[in-house]
Design a protein around this ligand. Sequence first.
Ligand SMILES: Cc1cc2nc3c(=O)[nH]c(=O)nc-3n(C[C@H](O)[C@H](O)[C@H](O)COP(=O)(O)OP(=O)(O)OC[C@H]3O[C@@H](n4cnc5c(N)ncnc54)[C@H](O)[C@@H]3O)c2cc1C
Ligand SMILES: NC(=O)c1ccc[n+]([C@@H]2O[C@H](COP(=O)([O-])OP(=O)(O)OC[C@H]3O[C@@H](n4cnc5c(N)ncnc54)[C@H](OP(=O)(O)O)[C@@H]3O)[C@@H](O)[C@H]2O)c1
Ligand SMILES: Cc1cc2nc3c(=O)[nH]c(=O)nc-3n(C[C@H](O)[C@H](O)[C@H](O)COP(=O)(O)O)c2cc1C
Length: 588
Amino acid sequence: MPNIPPPFIPDNAPFTTEQRAYLNGLLAGIFSSASTSVVAASPPTSLKIAVLYASQSGTAETLARKLAKELKARGHVASLTSLEGYAPATLAEERYAVLIASTYGEGDPPDAVQPFFQQLCLEHFPRYQDLSFAVLALGDSSYEHFCKFGIDLDHKLAALGAIRICDRVDCDVDLDDTFANWKSSLLDRLDTNTAALPTTISTPAVVVAAKPASIYTRENPYLAPLIERRALTCDVSSKLTMHVAFSIADSKLEYEAGDACGVLPENDHSLVSEIIDTLKFSSDVPVQLPKSGTTTLLHALTSYLQITRLTRKTIQAYATIGQCQRLFELLIPEQQSHLDKYTYDRGLIDLLHDFPGVLHDPADLVAMLPSLAPRLYSISSSPKAHAGEVHTTIAVVRYRSHNRDRGGVASTMLAERIAVGDKQPLYIQPNKRFRVPTDATAPIIMIGPGTGIAPFRAFLHERRATGAKGRNWLFFGERSAATDFLYRDELESMRDDGHLKRLDLAFSRDQERKIYVQDRMLEQGAEFYRWLQDGASVYVCGDASRMAKDVDATLHTIVEQHAGLSEDSASDYIQKLKDEHRYHRDVY
Ligand SMILES: Cc1cc2nc3c(=O)[nH]c(=O)nc-3n(C[C@H](O)[C@H](O)[C@H](O)COP(=O)(O)OP(=O)(O)OC[C@H]3O[C@@H](n4cnc5c(N)ncnc54)[C@H](O)[C@@H]3O)c2cc1C
Ligand SMILES: NC(=O)c1ccc[n+]([C@@H]2O[C@H](COP(=O)([O-])OP(=O)(O)OC[C@H]3O[C@@H](n4cnc5c(N)ncnc54)[C@H](OP(=O)(O)O)[C@@H]3O)[C@@H](O)[C@H]2O)c1
Ligand SMILES: Cc1cc2nc3c(=O)[nH]c(=O)nc-3n(C[C@H](O)[C@H](O)[C@H](O)COP(=O)(O)O)c2cc1C
């Protein structure tokens, strides 16, 4: 069978959309006659398509699974593979690849996919001339580097000679419609191509395992009764962290230790009323929401729209309606740092006060605001130890700026605005890469300062419930032992009865010099390295901006010092830990 390249005109070819459509049609015709003459007796053709995903918390994986299923239903042969542990050389063997990729960190791939992308970036010569591909990038536009990994992946593949089946699409958190539109245009393009290709499938179909999906999702959350709420910090503490538990006993919801739960929050009612009053709108005026249809302005601002943070899009829309010169100046790309400064600690209410008299139509207000996104919380319970319950550990976000006390939408709602017995919409967000080892005898080292303790409380209860004999070591840190030692009684009792082989504590503000978890790791470097040599898995959870980076650097230092390795060899050692699924991070 001759190796006939897929007949697509690349999207970056110098043609208009109409010209490209015409040429693609022409090519399809030519190839389809070629195919009838060359392989007249071919059975109905289908394409062998690799569906690849780069996922950390499962969204890209779920979409990839759906796509693979649909491709199969259309007669194609779809394989479903994670880019974790995937080699660029394997991609060169494919003719069709569809990649769904999420972004993390500072526009990076998910942790586990970094080796794939690093290797791909080392490739300099076109080696994917036989590959046709499509990328769906997942991200969240509230991050500075929106969808950057998907964008980089798309550019790199094109630079290496691969041809786009269709243009890349970048999905924001509200991704259902964007995914559906991208999928339908992809399937159309593939269908056109199927008719044209003389290729029959020689490789056996890869079965896409059907996973029983929960009936409760982000779009259809479970209304879970709040069953317990108590402060984990003392009254006199400088911060408030709460234990918040829900019942899922009457649902069929399932989760595993390490998973997170998504909470659909409501905005503070007093802030919503203040916004409506400031604008002199009526609460019950009907407004139209793209996905939820018609509702009242009060309901839209309470449950569907983000009012506490300002985005560039919101400022742009507001400036346009009000012709606000000062805002237009902030929107000039060179003024980004000034725009960031303005939006950093202000919300919609500040915009309305700073630039009054702009909005006269509630529809304009609704159209300029982004959707209110669910917030994720690591689950701090184990289904084996806390049957029918989901526990969370919530740091309450509060701060004051521009003469106003402000609060995080979800954390203040969970801490104050809902009462025991109230039903809270939530869903489970699986985190398949963050699990206790399947080997019950393997040691684990958990590093979780602050709310980073949450999944480790789950792990410890899980390992106790299953009778896992592996040694457990926890590094925990907070501001002060007297006021912020989260789950103190439980942890000390686990240490006393030996379930926690080691509990190392770092209370940052109990002495003049800050002491952090990584300082304790360094102090215990020799023992830490011994545990690694004994096969321990390392888990890190909590703050991504500084802690996770510092802990990672400390891990490198420990390996260098105690294995006597150079910087590069220590990096190789840690990469091997990752490859062996023994270094996991769940950071936010
Ligand atoms: C996988 C994952 C797991 C998580 N697990 C947990 C967990 O176990 N426990 C937990 O508490 N959180 C956890 N989080 C974080 C959580 O999802 C929320 O982001 C957090 O609770 C804040 O949400 P909020 O709605 O209360 O605040 P938001 O309304 O989202 O407000 C937070 C925003 O307020 C602004 N802000 C905050 N402080 C200041 C300040 N001083 N000055 C100016 N602006 C400020 C910042 O823009 C900040 O992003 C997790 C996140 C992820 C992604
Ligand atoms: N914007 C804010 O003002 C604010 C405030 C609190 C939390 N947060 C965020 O909210 C989330 C949850 O916070 P949290 O309650 O879990 O606690 P956290 O803020 O992560 O603090 C937990 C402990 O970690 C310490 N810490 C600070 N920097 C560290 C570093 N580089 N390495 C190791 N430890 C470090 C803290 O010390 P010190 O605090 O004494 O330095 C504290 O003792 C995090 O993402 C955090 O970034 C934001
Ligand atoms: C800690 C964290 C960091 C993130 N960083 C970015 C980012 O820099 N840029 C972006 O566009 N999206 C970012 N996102 C959003 C994710 O890419 C988005 O939620 C995606 O749908 C997650 O897909 P996954 O579940 O397959 O991992 C971040 C999300 C989290 C939780």
